[in-house]
Design a protein around this ligand. Sequence first.
Ligand SMILES: O=C(O)CCC(=O)C(=O)O
Length: 257
Amino acid sequence: MIKPQDVDFYNEQGYLLVKGVFNKQEVEEMRTAVGAIIDRAAKVNRDHNAQWQGDFLPPEELKKLVLKGFHDVHYHDASFLRALMHPNMAAVLSQLIGPNVQLHHSKMLVKPPENGAAFPMHQDAPYFPHEKHTMLAASVHLDDANVENGCLHVMPGSHKEGMLPHVGRHYLNAKEYPVSDGVPCIAEAGDVLFFNYLTIHGSPQNRSERNRRNVLFQYRSATDFPTTKEHFDWGMGLMVCGENPHFDRAHPEFTIV
Ligand SMILES: O=C(O)CCC(=O)C(=O)O
């Protein structure tokens, strides 16, 4: 699926857009599943606005924005389990991370038309720091995305800066790191943007008349361990490709009752 020069690009720049990872039918299945999750959440009064809060936008602008965001999507629909371990995904992951790859978590990020959420620039690493920094996000595009409907923006090479101080561990100073300074990752439905958890990224508001639906899977090497005991997610540690060389550390220590 990718060439050695793509792997070099990822290692140098901290991100890689891979075209056509999912076909039209697979995208359509995931779109349907995303809509059904939103409907089921609403039926049990669990619908909520997951737009990030903070001083990165004036309060009057922030309160208009909406994000339909839910975690653990592979517990809600089988299409996501198929997607997160799809042979095309495994082919890319095994080259970017190494032969033994684990899931960390999954989530959906739906930016509705006109007022879809903005994400200030940030690194994901402060949420779930790991020893070897192999962790990466694979953002699966279910719609064509450009600047108008709030596509992801990345700062090339920023993964080499290490973990930076974040406001409340969530986002970087928005004046110092405006989203508009990032490179817009213009993508089509079925494309996947891979970016390291140290790569600075964010996205502007969806100001268009179209949806921007993405599903994000976070992965790591099976030999990369968390440095804190925070942020456990359902399905964390599932083997996506290869084998787990650490029999004794196959899953975090928690009790299932
Ligand atoms: O999908 C996006 O626009 C941004 C998502 C993001 O940055 C995150 O979930 O950390």
